[in-house]
Design a protein around this ligand. Sequence first.
Ligand SMILES: *Cc1c(COP(=O)(O)O)cnc(C)c1O
Length: 432
Amino acid sequence: MQDISRAKSAELYEKSKTYFPGGVNSPVRAFKSVYGTPLFIQKGDGPYIWDADGNQFIDFCASWGPLILGHNNAEIREKVTEVMQNGMSFGAPTALENELAELIIKNNRFVEKIRFTSSGTEAVMSAIRLARGYTGKNKIIKFEGCYHGHSDSLLVKAGSGLVTFGETSSAGVPKAFADETIVIALNDKNAVTEAFAQFKGDVAAVIIEGIPANNGLLIQDQEYVEFLSETCKANAALLIFDEVITGFRVGFEGAAAHYGIKPDIVTYGKIIGGGLPVGMYGASNEIMAHVSPDGGVYQAGTLSGNPVAMAAGIAALTILSSEGFYEQLNAKAQAFVNELKSHISEKGYELKIFTVGSIFWFAFTSKDIKTAEDIDPASMDKFKIMHRELLNRGIYFGPSGYEVGFVSAAHTQVELDKAKTAIFEALEVVFG
Ligand SMILES: *Cc1c(COP(=O)(O)O)cnc(C)c1O
């Protein structure tokens, strides 16, 4: 099959490379792990995006997660347009912040008080500072294969783009910072016990993605997550659930409700802003009392709680909090994934799909995968071929085999059936 025309995208990419490192403003967008040059996106509507050359794609990347309602959702667009008529930023409180906070807190058993930021990275960075400020301890335990944004202390063997490029940390992070972060493997109780023993009395927090979804989909056992929670309690350390992907995705209350485990601090991002830049961290009243100006943990933001971004969040979360939203979305996604799975087993392909809610991930393996180590980098060659074949058939996935796909509320049976056919054809090429 002939490759789609990318003349306009290629031209834009040549130009963008003179403006930005790698031609992009976030590394994974550069298509380094797949064939071809990045597609420049012109517009999106519902389940579809169009690139600069006019190619149409059914989108499963969803701007890396935020677009659970699909592209250009009418309710979000109208609310944003309405609010924008009154100005774009004040740096002073607005009723819109109360409105979004109320929507979240009323429908969430895990946070009593919250603080809005402008990105997931900021939310997690602030949650870490809060955990340290609250406990008076220094060390953070994180897991290999979990991505928590690009703040210094968390760029230690982080996943997502970094693993794609075969790096284990970033240049420019002082060793002294990295020394405060202990990185261990997922799904390994002994490693947790060992880390707490080695740094006795100095572990402020354990941070884990609610369900790790930035370096493959590494679904952890219920029992293991309970163990983390108990171990934190026993050591007076806080358990932080980074729910920047899973929050408002696997359900309105995210992975915390999925596992029925109460984290001490939760972070959200992506979906919470309805496609605009919003992050959030939250906890009990007691813990949040330590945040400035009530407490001594400083954290601020010129554009935090931005009214336009709040408006998008309000419109999105209003829909997401409606009765049956997640049951319907998750059932649709699971039916789609099940059809793919039965085709794969019929054909006997060495391929597994890991899935939860409306998240799914193709792993070219026959093994069960629970840790970053379990993923064979060589298997990414197969993803590369699948990605090219899918683009040529009008299906857009994130340009890395370590990234998950998302089904949105905007995907109808029509798009899912088309995607299914395209995936079957692509797999025939991969395994042919
Ligand atoms: C995306 C993501 C982040 C970073 O959020 P940004 O908005 O990109 O800064 C942090 N943690 C997790 C789990 C994420 O998926």
